[in-house]
Design a protein around this ligand. Structure first.
Ligand code: B16
Ligand code: MG
Length: 216
């Protein structure tokens, strides 16, 4: 029986990938390396450190540890300038409705995100009060596809993994949920997220009860 829902943040509730892109691109320009939108796609669900390591790798550069730390800090300050300006109008289509449906069904709700800025983002878009638990990059150390982020969410909701549904837009996130024995709904390109149990192009394309819960 399903008792809880765990939402990824970027790509499921809000599109912060575009702000990560602008901030990483600004850093890449300062470092004199190329960084494309296609490469940014590959950073979805990847931690901040994992992201800078990939960008250095693609650009064919290495940096000493103190410079890596410096650029992660500066990139995050630039990123937060964009987040600061976010409002509820940036909630992705359907996301608020699915959260409301989950509440009306009496389900508990957790976040399961790699971001260390998740609380601030949820505050900016006015959804923070909907969550019973927040699990993000400040709480867990292992990156997706390790299931730690989702297993911690289930634990905080006092549920078994089998009682939870995860919503994810990244391949590593779908794998993390499967590795944690949870039902996973892939949001986005079905051919990319083929390991998910259910696939929808967006959060606006289904009803939680009739399209997912009643079909498990
Ligand atoms: P931060 P998610 C992820 O969010 C993003 O998709 C990824 O691009 C970002 O690098 C990561 O969070 C860390 O974010 O720099 O804010 O700590 O999809 O796991 O909600
Ligand atoms: Mg995501």
């Amino acid at each position: 029986m399903i008792r809880g829902i765990i939402f990824d943040l970027d790509g499921v509730i809000v599109d912060t990938a575009k702000y990560h892109y602008l901030a990483w691109q600004r850093m890449a320009q300062k470092l004199g390396v190329k960084f494309t939108e296609e490469e940014n796609e590959q950073l979805k669900g990847v931690s901040r450190r994992g992201s800078i390591e990939k960008i250095m790798n693609w650009g064919g550069i290495t940096l000493p540890e103190h410079e890596i730390e410096h650029w992660m800090k500066v990139k995050n300050e630039w990123y937060l300038e964009y987040v600061e300006a976010m409002s509820p109008s940036e909630i992705l289509p359907g996301a608020a409705e699915i959260i409301a449906e989950a509440k009306s069904l009496g389900l508990k709700i957790s976040l399961g995100s790699a971001s260390k800025n998740s609380q601030f983002i949820l505050e900016r878009v006015g959804l923070i009060q909907e969550f019973d638990a927040l699990v993000d990059g400040n709480v867990v150390s292992a990156s997706k596809p390790d299931p730690e982020v989702f297993l911690t969410g289930a634990k905080l909701l006092q549920l078994d993994p089998e009682e939870c549904i995860v919503f994810e837009d990244a391949v590593a996130g779908v794998q993390a949920a499967k590795n944690g024995n949870m039902t996973v709904v892939g949001i986005g390109d079905e051919t990319v997220l083929q390991e998910a149990d259910f696939n929808f192009q967006s959060m606006a394309d289904f009803s939680l009860k009739s399209d997912i819960i009643e079909k498990i």
